[in-house]
Design a protein around this ligand. Structure first.
Ligand SMILES: [Zn+2]
Length: 128
């Protein structure tokens, strides 16, 4: 399960960051996950619940904010969402983004949609 290793990295990073504070309780950790990562949010929440056990994060919530895909084209100046191809014929498929310009077909840069980062931590410290 790909999600588990990603969440393990996030949990490690958050625990490392939390060492800087005198944390008494963690309420929630908010992460931003781009659509291009193809990570399943439910799987991530589940992995977080498992991996946070026995740490200061136990009992806190993982809040996932999606980041939608934004492409930028140098050729025609297009900036916006990708064209999606639906592979879901059997009802279980995913929509796959096309990483070329929907307007002129040229090469594009991915401006948004690849994120997988911690955005915010809702913590309580001893000073509160
Ligand atoms: Zn273009």
């Amino acid at each position: 399960m790909h999600e588990a290793s990603v969440v393990a990295n996030i949990v490690d990073a958050v625990l490392e960051e939390l060492k800087k504070y005198d944390v008494t309780k963690v309420n929630a950790v908010t992460i931003v996950v781009g659509d291009l990562t193809q990570l399943g949010i439910e799987q991530m929440e589940f992995a977080y619940e498992v991996l946070s056990q026995g740490t200061v994060l136990e009992g806190s919530k993982l809040l996932v904010e999606p980041e939608h895909i934004v492409l930028g084209c140098d050729k025609c100046g297009y900036e916006g969402p990708a064209k999606m191809i639906d592979f879901g014929e059997d009802g279980y498929g995913h929509d796959i983004p096309v990483l070329s310009c929907p307007k002129c077909g040229g090469p594009v840069k991915v401006l948004e949609g690849e994120a997988c980062r911690v955005k915010n931590m809702d913590i309580e410290t001893r000073d509160d």
